[in-house]
Design a protein around this ligand. Structure first.
Ligand code: COA
Length: 329
C-alpha cells in the first residue's frame, strides 16, 4: 500500500469590494502614503463595510468560489476548519455556520485560533487527519474581518490590517505530493505585545473596557517586528535544511503578509530570488488568517504539479512555523 500524503486539490478566495487606500487613511489619522509604503509595503486594503456581515460571510464566499472552480460536491466534505481571530461570535463556532451555509451537511466543523498562523496550523491539522486515513476531504478556511477589532484612531495598527479570506481543500494523494514536512512553534511571551485585552474570560467586556478602547487590537509593533523577522526566517531555514533543500529547489515562498520587510528578510535568509516570493500585501494589507490562502488564490495559475512551496507565518501569541508542500495539480 502506498503512503498517504495530504495535498491541496482546490483553492478559493474572497475580498470585499471597498478599497481603503493610504490616501483615504491620511484623512482619518496622522499618517501618509510614503510612511506606510516604505515601512510596510501596503498601498491599500479591503474592508467589509456591511455592519450586518461578519467573518462567516468572507468564509462562505471563499468556500463557494472553491466549490465552483474545483467542481466540489459539498456533501462529500468530511470536515470544515475555520481559522480566524475574528469569529462571528465568541460562542457558536463560525465554522459550523459556514459548513451548513455552503451545503457541507455531512461534515463536522470547528474554529481554530492561532492569529496570523491560523491557516498554517489548520494545514497541519488537515494533514494529520488525512494521513491517518480517518477523513478524505478536509476544507480549511482562513479569514478575518480585522476591521471589526481595529481602532481607526490608532495610526500604529489601523494602517496594517484588512479584511479577506481564502480556502483550500485537502485530499489524500498517493503520488507523494502535498504536505511533506512541518515545523510549528509557539511562545506565550508574545501575549504582552499583540493582544486584545478585553472581551475574554480574563477581562470580560464592560462599559469601562469599551471606554478604555480595550476591545481593540493593541500591538507593540517594534517588538513584534523583531520576533517576526527572526521567527519566520529561522523556521524557513530550518525546514529547508532538514529536507535537504537548497534555494534552487524552492519554487515559491508563500509567506504571511504582515510587512514587506519581514517577507524580504525571510527570503533573504534562505537566499531566494525575488521572482519566487509571492507578494500581495500592497493590495490587501495584513488579513491575519487570510494571507496564506489569499496568496494561493491570487497565484494558483503560476503553480505547476510538483512545484515546491514553502509556507511560513508568524502571528500573535506568539505562533509561527513553516510547512513544505509539493503542489499536486
Ligand atoms: N504614520 C506615520 N508615522 C507613524 C505611524 C503612521 N501610521 N505609525 C507610527 N508612526 C511613527 C511613530 O510614532 C514613531 O514616531 P517617533 O519616532 O516620533 O516616536 C515612528 O513613526 C516610528 O514608529 P515605529 O513604531 O518605531 O515604526 P516601525 O518602523 O517599527 O514600523 C510597524 C511600525 C507597525 C510597521 C512595524 O513595527 C511592524 O511592521 N511591526 C510588525 C507588525 C506585524 O508583523 N504584525 C503582525 C504580526 S503577524
Amino acid at each position: 500500500m502506498s503512503t498517504i500524503t495530504a495535498a491541496i486539490t482546490a483553492v478559493g478566495g474572497y475580498v470585499p469590494d471597498f478599497v481603503l487606500t493610504n490616501k483615504l487613511l491620511e484623512t482619518m489619522v496622522d499618517t501618509n502614503d510614503e510612511w506606510i509604503t516604505s515601512r510596510t509595503g501596503i498601498k491599500e486594503r479591503r474592508i467589509l463595510k456591511d455592519d450586518n456581515l461578519g467573518t462567516s460571510y468572507l468564509c462562505i464566499k471563499a468556500a463557494e468560489d472553491l466549490i465552483a472552480k474545483g467542481n466540489v460536491n459539498p456533501l462529500e466534505i468530511d470536515m470544515v476548519i475555520v481559522a480566524s481571530t475574528t469569529p462571528d461570535m465568541p460562542v457558536a463556532a463560525t465554522a459550523v455556520y459556514v459548513a451548513t451555509q455552503i451545503g457541507a451537511t455531512n461534515a463536522f466543523a470547528y474554529d481554530l485560533q492561532a492569529a496570523c498562523s491560523g491557516f498554517l496550523y489548520a494545514m497541519s491539522t488537515a494533514d494529520a487527519y488525512i494521513k491517518s486515513g480517518k477523513y478524505k476531504k478536509v476544507l480549511i478556511i482562513g479569514a478575518d474581518k480585522m476591521s471589526s477589532i481595529i481602532d481607526y484612531t490608532d495610526r500604529a495598527t489601523c494602517i496594517i490590517f484588512g479584511d479577506g479570506g481564502g480556502a483550500a481543500l485537502l485530499e489524500p494523494n498517493y503520488e507523494g505530493l502535498g504536505i511533506q514536512d512541518e515545523f510549528l512553534r509557539s511562545d506565550g511571551v508574545g501575549r504582552d505585545f499583540l493582544k486584545i485585552d478585553a472581551g475574554g474570560s480574563l477581562l470580560p467586556a464592560s462599559a469601562d473596557t469599551v471606554a478604555k478602547r480595550q476591545h481593540y487590537v493593541f500591538q507593540d509593533g517594534k517588538t513584534v517586528y523583531k520576533y517576526a523577522v527572526t521567527g519566520m526566517a529561522d523556521v524557513s531555514e530550518k525546514i529547508l535544511q532538514r529536507n535537504n533543500l537548497t534555494k534552487d529547489d524552492v519554487d515559491w515562498l508563500v509567506a504571511h503578509q504582515a510587512n514587506k520587510r519581514i517577507i524580504d528578510a525571510t527570503a533573504s535568509r534562505i537566499g531566494l530570488e525575488e521572482d519566487k516570493v509571492l507578494v500581495n500585501i500592497h493590495k490587501y494589507g495584513n488579513t491575519t488568517s487570510g494571507t496564506l490562502p489569499l496568496l494561493l488564490f491570487d497565484f494558483e495559475k503560476k503553480f505547476k504539479k510538483g512545484d515546491n512551496l514553502i509556507f511560513a507565518a508568524f502571528g500573535g501569541g506568539f505562533t509561527w512555523g513553516a510547512i513544505y508542500l509539493k503542489w499536486a495539480y
